[in-house]
Each structure stands twice: as C-alpha cells, then as structure tokens.
Design a binder for this molecule. Sequence first.
Ligand SMILES: *Cc1c(COP(=O)(O)O)cnc(C)c1O
Length: 374
Amino acid sequence: MTTLLATEPVTVSRLHAPTLCTLPDAVAENLRRVRAVTAVPIMAVVKADGYGHGAVTVARAAVAAGADWLGVTDVAEAVALRDAGLEVPILSWLNPSGVDAEAAAAHRIDIAIGSVEELCQLIADAADPVRVHLHLDTGMARGGCPLDDWSELFRLARSGRGRVEVVGLMGHLPRADEADPTANAAAVLRMRQGRDAMLRAGLGPVLVHLAATSGALTDPATHFGMVRIGAGLVGIDPSETTALFGASRWTAPVVHSALVPAGTAVGYGGTHLTARETHLAVVGVGYADGVPRELAPGAGVAIGGVRHPIVGRVSMDQIVVDTGAALLPRGAVATVFGPDGGAVPSVQEWARWAGTIPHTVVTGIGARVRRSIA
Ligand SMILES: *Cc1c(COP(=O)(O)O)cnc(C)c1O
C-alpha cells in the first residue's frame, strides 16, 4: 500500500460535487405549519420523488412530524415507500402505467379511481380486495369522474364489492392558489354533492378529501376529512400566504476562474460582454442539471456569502459567474439555492428568473446532481 500511495500526485484538487441536500427539519417544520391550521388528518404527497427532494426522505420526515397518510401517483412509488419501512396508509392516484392490483392488495396501497373504465379494469384484475378512493371531477377537467358518470361509477363500485372496497372519495381544487374562498366554492359544493350522492348509492360514509397545500392553508371549508400536502412540505406555498421553509440546498463547485479584460465575450454566442476587467468563475452545473436556460437579468448564485450574477448563456453543464474583484479559487462552493436568505437565492427567486413556478425548479434537478440529507 505504501508504494501505491507514494505514486499518487502530491496535490489533488478535491471538488465538492454538485449536490442537492434535503433538510428533513424544514419538512417537519412545514408539516407543523399545516397542522397548526387544520385538525383533520394530513396526507404527505411525495410524488415526483418528493418534489425532487427524495420521496423516502420527505415521507419519513413528514410522518415523524405527524403526517397520517402518504400520497403518490403510481403503485411502484408506493411500494418503494413500503420497502423503506413506512407503514401509514398510502394512496396512489393517476397510475399512468395501469394499476398493479396484486401489488396494491399485497402492500395495502389504496388506489384512486377516476373513471368507470378504470374501475371495470380494477374489478376484473383484483384477485384480493383492493382499497379504492373514488375520484370525482370537482371542476378541473383534469382527471376525476365527470358528473354524468357518477351514478354508474357508484353502481359499479357497489357491485364490485369483494374485489374493491371503497374507503375514500376525492376531488381536487382547480383554483386554490387564488387564496380566495369564493374561488373554491363551486368545487366545495360539488364535493358535498358527491359525498351525498355516494351515501344515497349505499356506499359510505368514507374519507372525503379535496384540498392540497393552498386550500389547506387558506380555506377551512375545503378541508373535509383530510388535506393532501405536497408543495408545502418542501417550502412552496402556491397561495403565497404562509411563510414556509425551503427544504433543500443546492451547491456546486467553482471548477475554473480567471481574470479577464473589459470587453470579453462570455459563453455561447458571446451574448454578454464584460463591462470592465473582472473575474469570471465557472460553476459546474448547467441546464442538464436543471438550471433553467432562459433566465431574466439578475439571476445569480451565492459564493462566500456574496451574490454574484450569472453572465452569458447557461451551458449544458456549466454557468459563468462574474465575481468582480474577487478571484474565487477552483473548489470554492457556490450555493445555487437554499433556505438561508441573504445572498443565497431561494427557489422562488429562481422561479421568477425563469418565468415559471417553484415546483418546476425543484422537480427539474438532474440525476447526476448528488443527493444528500442534512
Ligand atoms: C400534487 C397533488 C397534491 C398536492 O398538491 P400541492 O399543491 O403540491 O400540495 C394533492 N392532490 C393531488 C391529486 C395532486 O395531484
């Protein structure tokens, strides 16, 4: 071993690999913020890999902080949560690859059913009884059984007893982020109608749930028997009414830096010319990692407690930052976003720079960015 060590180079440059660090304490605190505004059970929604923060990490933090249920969009995601030791009820909706009825029954995964067709299929496939939540369209025309089909859906659910056990009724709010209860009134009414119609059809009472983060935070009339919280867990409040905590920090290394003269063209197309002699630092993340390619002026990253602007085009794997008088050495760590405030940009700032919503920023971070947990 000694001889091997002796042949190693004297200096090695160890870079801090691009990393997204999830902050479970922030998830827990966000869960508590929701708990403070509602007494009903809380479903922690961890679809899209926990909004990019790691489904198991977010689920564990949320359940430890008091979440009662978990929600995902397919059975495979739900089974992964079971395999990680999570025991609370799990609901899977959408199921774009179809429902694996055997896995759903074996792992106690509840399935949301949004059409007569889907219910027929599940009844045909289910050897062992599968727990079902009927998903009604409450005004979004994006999934959920349309009003005209409700009676057929309920009839079929009754006749399928033994293969499906109806335990829930769900809807979704199309306009909750407006933070105005009158915007939700139609959906709330529709949900009540659905609940009553289901009871009349001899299928109830069951767990009724409608609200996601915005509804939970702004409108108690939407809470029914449970609220489903996804964005809020990772610090995103679509209603922008409640102070939540960013639940991740994205860092990346300076891989190269140099002093350049005034008038230097930076990046593809030379779209930026330096106005003065300045230092440029190349940071090792780009659009393949989820940095939005189209950015408004003012976009930047924090290095050493100072916000530095991104200049020139975002490349596939790298961005260039103008650090002015400061020569930041290779290996310096840039914070792309984080909850820290001050020089550190928030996910919400990135969304504004990119003309998008914070959700797309956090769910768009590439696979090669390392994941860690604080
Ligand atoms: C994504 C989703 C949620 C969570 O919504 P947030 O606004 O992220 O809290 C709740 N319910 C359904 C059906 C969803 O698809």
